[in-house]
Design a protein around this ligand. Structure first.
Ligand code: GUN
Length: 291
């Protein structure tokens, strides 16, 4: 491996320390405790792990955590009523409805029922519009974490060729908007992109957010490029024993690390930054709510 490892775990710990300091000042100087409400519908195992981790880190930073677990068959009206209650609760500054929702629930309707000022995911249509037009908004946590690592590594990103592989509303599209805001030349590639390897090889910054284990091999990476791996995929690992699994990203790590200038690992790269940015967004929402 010749690439520099971008340590998201250590970076996230620094972000959390700053959040905790800010929370202490809000409490001691203004008597305010930022609060984050997380809503989980159903029993998706991966979502349960994320929600537990979000709640734990919220409390560790000195904030109030409100967890709402609803049955998988919860009627849409009940979920909307809960969101309305949280919108009106002055102790709740941030609201996150964990996705994906069960199929009978309309995700867009639910997300757009959240007060945009409390939408710490940055998924509400008005926050999407504000980000797209370069105005002050809530910025989605995963792309924000990626951008923080890129800025920390490079300083200015101006004029760089950035390729984002994946066009999801959660990562791909907002990531592209943020990179455009940094004056990168941005390409969004996806499953229908013609000659994807060639497109990727033009990238000074390659962001992989497709959700397909180890899809991007080393020979798709421009020598010296910075590779940000957003994927978190669990695959079988028979070499560790029968029934064992391991986490891998969307890029084939060893091959890409041999060519890239810098790369984020999985685990320990983008993942920890996502939750750290959620905590930071909650403090931001709290400060804006309190002038
Ligand atoms: N599911 C996977 N990632 C996310 C996220 O960033 N926010 C929410 N609400 N759900 C998710």
């Amino acid at each position: 491996m010749s690439a520099t490892l971008i340590d998201g775990k250590a970076f996230a710990a620094r972000v959390r320390d700053k959040v905790a300091d800010h929370v202490t000042r809000l409490r001691e100087e203004h008597g305010i405790v930022p609060g984050l409400a997380v809503v989980l519908v159903g029993e998706d195992p991966a979502s349960q792990v994320y929600v537990r981790s979000k709640g734990k880190q919220t409390v560790e930073c000195g904030m109030a955590s409100f967890e709402h677990k609803l049955d998988a068959d919860t009627p849409e009206a009940d979920l909307l009523a809960l969101v309305a209650k949280l919108n009106a609760d002055p102790e709740v500054h941030g609201i996150l409805v964990q996705l994906p929702l069960p199929a009978h629930l309309d995700s867009d309707l639910v997300i757009n029922s959240i007060d945009p000022a409390k939408d710490v995911d940055g998924f509400h249509i008005s926050n999407v519009g504000l980000l797209g037009t370069g105005q002050k908004s809530m910025v989605p946590c995963t792309p924000l974490g990626c951008l923080m690592m890129l800025r920390d590594h490079h300083g200015s990103l101006s004029g760089m060729n950035a390729v984002v592989v994946g066009r999801s509303n959660i990562v791909g599209k907002p990531m592209a908007q943020l990179l455009l805001g940094e004056s990168c030349t941005v390409t969004i590639a996806h499953s229908r992109t013609k000659d994807l390897p060639e497109v990727c090889r033009r990238a000074d910054i390659l962001v992989a957010a497709v959700g397909r284990p180890e899809m991007i091999p080393g020979d798709w990476v421009k020598p010296g490029a910075t590779v940000i791996d957003v994927g978190i995929n669990r695959i079988d690992a028979p070499e560790k024993g029968a029934g064992k699994t391991r986490l891998v990203g969307d890029v084939a790590f060893d091959g890409c690390a041999a060519v890239a200038g810098a790369i984020t690992p999985v685990p320990g790269g983008v993942g920890p930054m996502t939750i750290a940015c959620l905590l930071a967004n909650t403090v931001t929402a709290c400060c804006r709510a309190n002038g």
